[in-house]
Structure formats: structure tokens, C-alpha cells
Design a protein around this ligand. Structure first.
Ligand SMILES: NC(=O)c1ccc[n+]([C@@H]2O[C@H](COP(=O)([O-])OP(=O)(O)OC[C@H]3O[C@@H](n4cnc5c(N)ncnc54)[C@H](O)[C@@H]3O)[C@@H](O)[C@H]2O)c1
Ligand SMILES: O=C(O)C1=N[C@H](C(=O)O)CCC1
Length: 286
């Protein structure tokens, strides 16, 4: 009996969608079984790959699943790596089909984040700007470093540098913003933390309760974040970098599996989860 998880990929012809399709079809596993069967490969109706086999588009093998603008009936879980413009319809479809959802798309508006929370009242959703294990571990480390240094004599200046490929549409990255949110919480400052995006001109001295963000777009970089903790006389730089996109694709598949099988074999109830939940780091002493 085939008890693999029936997966639909939203944004299937994109850079990330292709890697999810490839890994879900067993391209990188020793025994060719990832635990998933790709049953849907959804993309925009105007995409030039519409109608082509999703496995072939992903560079693996024929899956007998065309890239299509239509949603499959039989998907048990959906992974979304698309665009904010495509997001609303994806969430609405998953809610109406009572289908668990992994949201990896970044650059969502505040209103879209609210509708995600609302949808999570009826279906289980994992939402994270980075599905990478190394990035999520680094986020926990950044929180710990911030707590250790926040009262250091002379103060600590925290700046977030991110580098991505030239095709990336949103800036700063969703991951950089998440690092900033977690670090701001850990700063536990009396005054609200200021989030400063780049600097130019006569900016004056840096204030103590700000976090700086710098978005670099270069070549084909699949994603790199450096958190600088600058003190008087010394500094720490926490650097986490992807060598390719498979860290995100395999993380998204782990999240989809977790939604279906949970920690004890049963499906997760409705709720909004993140990669800390999936990776068992939700209760880490951050
Ligand atoms: N969370 C993570 O770990 C992570 C990692 C990498 C990328 N991302 C994010 O994932 C998103 C996609 O990244 P990418 O590099 O694959 O981008 P991409 O542009 O290569 O792919 C996006 C795909 O979505 C498709 N699309 C557009 N409109 C659509 C619609 N209405 N319905 C269905 N599909 C539609 C596009 O045609 C394209 O194929 C971005 O927001 C990126 O920031 C997140
Ligand atoms: O390639 C992208 O686009 C990526 N986006 C994510 C973000 O915005 O944080 C994660 C890394 C890759």
C-alpha cells in the first residue's frame, strides 16, 4: 500500500518550487523514497512551463504531473514558495479544502499576515521566512548573544547584513526581518527598538537602541545572513550561508511531514506554527 503523503507544490515552476518537486520525488534519497508523492504542481497560468511535466521541469524524471494553474483534488498538504500576489488564493484554497499548508513565501503584507493567523484557526499552518535548519539554529544563537551582551559596558551595536541573488524581489529578506524581531525582543530595551534600513548622508551618531539592516543583491547567492555584534574593542559576527537551495526545500518537506505526522505520528491540529516548532526548538532557552 502506498502511504506516502500526497503533496501539492504552489509556485512549482519557480526556483524553489523546482527543488521541492525534485526532493519530494526522491531525487536525492538513496532509496528513491522521500515519503511524498507529488500530486499537484501549481503555477501561474501565464508561466511558460504550464502543461509540461513538473518532474522534467525540475530536472529529475517524469512524474506524470503537469505544471498547471488548476489545483489537484487529492492533495493532503501544500507547500507554497510563490509570490505575495499569489498568496491570498493559495490560503483560501487550503482553507476551503481543509488542507494543511507550509508557507515559505516572504514579503507578505501585514494584512496577509493577519489572514494567515485567521486561516490557522481552521487549518494547521507552518509559516517561516527560512526553512533552513542552520538559519533557525542561528536565530536562537543570535537571541542568546544579544541577551549576553545587552548590558555590556560601552554597549553593543547590532546590524544585520543579508546577501541574496539578483532576482530576489523583496528586501530586506524575510529572514533578516525575523532575526531583527527576535533580537529586538531579546534586547529587552526600555525604549522601542528602531529598525533602520540602510544609512546615507549626515545621519549623526548611531543610537543605542537601533538595529540596522543592509540588503545586498549579488549574482546567484542562495542566501546569506551576517549578524554583527559590535562593541568597543571587539566584535562577534554570526554568519549563516546556504550553498544551494536544498536546505530550504528539505526544511519545507520536513515541515509538511510534521504537519501530517506530528511528533507522535498523528496530524497536527489547526494552529499557526513555525520552524522552531518543527525542529523541536520552540522551548529552547532563548
Ligand atoms: N522560507 C524559505 O525558506 C524561503 C527560501 C527561499 C525562498 N523563499 C521565498 O519563496 C518565494 C519564492 O522564491 P523563488 O526564488 O522560488 O521565486 P521564483 O520567482 O523563482 O518562483 C515563484 C513562482 O511562483 C509562481 N507564481 C506567480 N504567481 C502565481 C500564482 N498566481 N499561482 C501560482 N504560482 C504563481 C511564479 O510563476 C514562479 O514560478 C519568495 O518569496 C522567496 O523569498 C523562502
Ligand atoms: O531566495 C530567496 O528569495 C530567499 N528568501 C528567503 C528570505 O527572504 O528570507 C530565505 C532565503 C532565500
Amino acid at each position: 500500500m502506498n502511504n506516502t503523503i500526497k503533496l501539492a507544490v504552489h509556485g512549482a515552476a519557480g526556483r524553489m518550487g523546482q527543488r521541492v518537486v525534485a526532493l519530494a520525488s526522491g531525487a536525492d534519497t538513496v532509496d528513491d523514497t522521500s515519503g511524498f508523492t507529488v500530486v499537484g504542481a501549481i503555477d501561474h497560468s501565464s508561466h511558460p512551463k504550464i502543461g509540461q511535466d513538473a518532474g522534467v521541469v525540475a530536472g529529475v524524471r517524469s512524474l506524470d504531473v503537469p505544471v498547471s494553474a488548476d489545483w489537484p483534488e487529492k492533495a493532503e498538504v501544500v507547500i507554497d514558495f510563490s509570490l505575495p500576489e499569489a498568496f491570498d488564493a493559495c490560503v483560501a484554497r487550503c482553507v476551503s479544502a481543509a488542507c494543511p499548508l507550509v508557507v515559505a513565501t516572504t514579503g507578505l503584507s501585514d494584512q496577509q499576515k493577519e489572514s494567515l493567523a485567521e486561516a490557522a484557526q481552521t487549518i494547521p499552518i507552518v509559516w517561516a521566512p527560512s526553512m533552513s535548519l542552520a538559519v533557525n539554529l542561528s536565530m536562537r544563537m543570535a537571541q542568546q548573544i544579544t541577551k549576553a551582551l545587552r548590558d555590556v559596558a560601552g554597549g553593543v551595536d547590532i546590524e544585520i547584513l543579508e546577501r541574496h541573488h539578483r532576482f530576489k524581489a523583496d528586501a530586506p529578506s524575510g529572514t533578516a526581518l525575523k532575526f531583527g524581531e527576535l533580537i529586538a525582543d531579546a534586547m529587552n530595551a526600555d525604549d522601542p527598538v528602531k529598525h533602520v534600513h540602510g544609512r546615507e548622508g549626515h545621519t549623526g551618531q548611531r543610537s543605542r537602541n537601533e538595529i540596522g539592516y543592509h540588503a545586498i543583491r549579488v549574482g546567484d547567492n542562495p542566501g546569506e545572513h551576517t549578524i554583527v555584534f559590535g562593541m568597543l574593542g571587539e566584535k562577534i559576527e554570526l554568519n549563516v550561508a546556504a550553498s544551494n537551495r536544498d536546505c530550504y526545500a528539505s526544511g519545507a518537506l520536513a515541515a509538511a511531514k510534521w504537519l501530517m505526522r506530528g511528533n507522535d505520528g498523528g496530524p497536527m491540529p489547526a494552529g499557526l506554527y513555525n520552524m522552531f516548532d518543527v525542529l523541536g526548538m520552540a522551548d529552547a532557552d532563548a
